[in-house]
Design a binder for this molecule. Structure first.
Ligand code: ADP
Ligand code: ADP
Length: 230
């Protein structure tokens, strides 16, 4: 069974903009599904609907078989990690505190949170002893992005949604971060849906690629080689 299932999903914003048009799409367990297409074709809206940040106008979205519109938002956030470009780290909290925020909110004690924080920072290639006490402004763009990934993974969510996760990173750092992310995703087995406007990135990272066109139409859903040949 798919992890996320979009069933004839439609989103029309109040001003009449059709952002997503009758989208039917399955996200399979453990896959990395790339959503690609030009700016404004509905990629972010699609991602945000899966996380209940945006309500669909029509159709249904199922997460592990349950309609997300009936899901408790807190329970949903526990199942779904979310990473956006420029990460939105809390500027007045250290790296360690940023990564540990959700575990603490869930009632983890300090010791368990610290152990998990150290583990996650190491996983994304940041030495905890060097980085845990720094503030976001003391990091490079790539390092901040890594912290964003670590924070999203803190509660071991089965699903990770990523919106242009590598966008803020310079080209060399970007390739390193992509490779590292791919390794983590395969190691942890997380199901990932990620948005990019970069077809090269979609094809390099995606197990499957969903190609959108303006007006929120899904043009093609295929494995990377097929997309390139198209
Ligand atoms: P993408 O992520 O592919 O760039 P979006 O999902 O952000 O596309 O946007 C799809 C369309 O919906 C665009 O035309 C955009 O201008 C419009 N849109 C996005 N958010 C809103 C909003 N809150 N209100 C009205 N229109 C929106
Ligand atoms: P606080 O004084 O609120 O604990 P810190 O910035 O010292 O603030 O630490 C915040 C969090 O960062 C801690 O809860 C802990 O999980 C984590 N942390 C701090 N230092 C380390 C470290 N060396 N290794 C791993 N995690 C750390």
């Amino acid at each position: 069974t798919p992890v996320i299932e979009f069933d004839a999903v439609r989103k029309v914003y109040p001003d009449g903009t059709v952002a997503v048009h009758e989208l039917s799409l399955d996200v399979r367990e453990h896959e990395l599904l790339a959503l690609v297409g030009p700016s404004g074709c509905g990629k972010s809206t699609t991602l945000r609907m899966a996380n209940r940040l945006v309500e669909p106008t029509g159709g249904r979205i199922l997460l592990e078989g349950t309609d997300v519109t009936h899901a408790d938002p807190v329970a949903l956030r526990r199942r779904i990690g979310y990473v956006i470009q420029n990460v939105g780290l809390f500027p007045h909290r250290t790296v360690g505190q940023n990564v540990g925020t959700v575990p603490r909110l869930l009632g983890w004690d300090k010791k368990r949170t610290a152990a998990r924080t150290a583990e996650l920072l190491a996983l994304v290639g940041l030495d905890p002893d060097t980085y845990a006490r720094r503030y976001p402004h003391e990091l490079s763009g790539g390092e901040r992005q890594r912290v964003g990934v670590a924070r999203a993974l803190a509660t071991d969510p089965p699903v990770l949604l990523m919106d242009e996760p590598f966008g803020a990173v310079d080209p060399a750092g970007r390739r390193r971060l992509q490779a590292e992310f791919r390794r983590i995703q395969q190691e942890v087995g997380t199901t990932v849906m990620f948005v990019t406007h970069d077809i090269e990135e979609a094809v390099q990272l995606g197990d499957r690629v969903a190609v959108f066109s303006v007006g929120g139409h899904l043009e093609q859903l295929a494995e990377p080689l097929t997309v390139l040949a198209h």
